[in-house]
Design a protein around this ligand. Structure first.
Ligand code: FAD
Ligand code: NAI
Length: 462
């Protein structure tokens, strides 16, 4: 009655975690409302993350190809030029369309969409309350899926004009002449690729002595060398200590981690890509760790009964598909079903060119765990499809158990690393051995043959 909305499940945050949870819960017969402060549902992923970044990666790649690579295929393109406004507009249009898709699904599954800033106002078991724009919503279960936000660095103010986050880097109106990127993680590497292809001089400053620190070391080295060949400069083992801003330029103060030598680099834009933090402010009664990530038990329930949390706000891999898995799992828990999330086999991809993808254990992890393993490899240069599509850089690396032959990890660098990793995911989910993949007929000429060939290589290594 009146302002009170009765919803047994209420997802707080409409990103991939929240909206997938809402849809799964509605499909399972629960009554659901989903709240987001942004009018386009889809979260960071749709508005300022996965989707717009992949749109710009695609467009910038096409631009660079038309300029540099097509002529060797016999395609002569004259006077290639950039219309950045159009490129950004193309990206924005795809975001709008996909946002409409989520709205369509909400209508289809009769999910109440609530627009506004939500705040949990009652934490009493069975009588939870959220206030949104002056309205009070009562519910039995709340799923917090408020996601994450960019981390700034001490003394550095992200104004989204000269000093930008990924959000600013997705909507620049001019190609920066000199771009300095702080951090060689997924955001730093993807955005460096976009702006380098469009003509910027890009310097990436990274604290660690390697790029994409979490991936298998061999792939990290290989990716570094490919990106350097594309003209991206890297300062490794170097940290950014501050930025001095004058009327039309920025001086970035950097310091070597090894010998404390300081230096300055001039830039007209600086992208801060030094990690993200959970959006968990204003949830006083909810237990969090020292970094602000919400603590949950095995069923994603917080210390408050009936309040669950999923996605970036609980930490772990900050990936859209990990948030989705958790969203669906919570919906299943609430519908008294048995959820299944296997954290050992969540694939990850960095969408540079070549892209890198990973699933399972890295070689370093197996070594430090003292596991006996075999390495199977296939270079894309030996794959017919990669050759004829002029994308033969990189390799597939499969790590298998020396005794049982089961696949323990797959690491791919190459143009098709992103889609290929999902065959490895299916194989690992079913506990496949390298021999199982060897025995499965693959279509020819196809990129997936490279995964099979790497498995064959591992299987025959006695
Ligand atoms: P989010 O997507 O952050 O959604 C949270 C939502 O909650 C937001 O819409 C926010 O508006 C809303 N919200 C927060 N507080 C409130 C409140 N008080 N009231 C109402 N609403 C609120 N991941 C991948 O897997 N692949 C990629 O290619 C990829 N690319 C990325 C590129 C960039 C540039 C960035 C920044 C991230 C990328 N990610 C990628 C990470 C991915 O976007 C996140 O892991 C994912 O969006 C997390 O989902 P979530 O549902 O937990 O939170
Ligand atoms: P990140 O944590 O992956 O990388 C940040 C890097 O910045 C680290 O390597 C760190 O050493 C470095 N750094 C921090 N402070 C520094 C300093 N002062 N000087 C120099 N280097 C410094 O974070 P990133 O790239 O911002 O991404 C955030 C999240 O978004 C990631 O967790 C990632 O999973 C997700 N994401 C995923 C994508 C994908 O799946 N393709 C694409 C983009 C983002």
């Amino acid at each position: 009655p009146g302002n009170v909305f009765h919803a047994p499940v209420f997802t707080h945050g409409g990103g991939p975690g929240g909206y997938k949870c809402a849809i799964a819960a509605a499909k399972l017969g629960l009554k659901v409302a989903c709240i987001d402060k942004n009018s386009i549902f889809g979260g960071t992923c749709l508005r300022v993350g996965c989707i717009p970044s992949k749109a710009l990666l695609h467009s910038s790649y096409q631009y660079a190809s038309a300029k540099n690579n097509l002529s060797k295929l016999g395609i002569k393109v004259k006077d290639v030029s950039l219309d950045l406004r159009e490129m950004i507009g193309y990206k924005d249009a795809r975001v709008q369309e996909l946002g409409k898709g989520i709205e369509y699904l909400f209508n289809l599954y009769k999910i109440t969409k609530i627009n506004g800033l939500g705040k949990i106002t009652s934490f009493d078991q069975g009588n939870l309350e959220v206030s949104v724009e002056g309205k009070v919503l009562k519910t039995k279960n709340i799923v917090i899926a408020t996601g994450s936000d960019v981390i700034s660095l001490p003394g550095i103010n992200i104004d989204e004009k000269s000093i930008i986050s990924s959000t600013g880097a997705l909507s620049l109106t001019e190609v920066p002449k000199k771009l300095v990127v702080i951090g060689a993680g997924a955001i730093g590497l993807e955005m460096s690729s976009v702006w380098r292809r469009l003509g910027s001089e890009v310097t990436v400053v990274e604290f660690f002595d390697r790029i994409a620190a979490a991936i298998d070391g061999e792939l990290s080295k290989s990716l570094l060398s490919s990106l350097q060949k594309q003209g991206i400069k890297f300062l490794l083992s170097t940290k950014v200590e501050g930025i001095k801003q004058s009327s039309n330029s920025l001086s970035v103060k950097v310091c070597s981690v090894k010998d404390n030598q300081t230096n300055t680099i001039e830039a007209d834009k600086v992208l801060v890509a030094a990690g993200r933090k959970p959006c968990s402010e204003g949830l006083e009664k909810i237990e969090k760790d020292s970094r602000g990530f919400i603590k949950v038990n095995n069923s994603y329930e917080t210390n408050v009964k009936g309040i669950f949390a999923i996605g970036d706000v609980i930490g772990g891999a900050m990936l859209a598909h990990k948030a989705e898995e958790e969203g669906v799992a919570v919906a299943e828990i609430l519908a008294r079903q048995l959820p299944h999330v296997d954290y050992e086999i969540i694939p990850s991809v960095i969408y540079t060119h070549p892209a890198v993808s990973s699933i399972g254990k890295t070689e370093e992890e197996l070594k430090s765990a003292g596991r006996k393993y075999k390495v199977g490899k296939c270079q894309f240069a030996a794959n017919g499809r990669a050759k004829v599509t002029d994308d033969a850089e990189g390799f597939v690396k499969v790590l298998t158990c020396s005794k049982a032959d089961t696949i323990l990890g797959v690491h791919i660098i190459g143009a098709y690393a992103d889609t290929l990793i999902n065959e490895a995911a299916v194989a690992m989910a079913y506990g496949a051995a390298a021999e199982d993949i060897y025995r499965i007929c693959h279509s020819h000429p196809d990129i997936n043959e490279a995964f099979r060939d790497a498995c064959i290589d591992a299987f025959f290594k006695k």
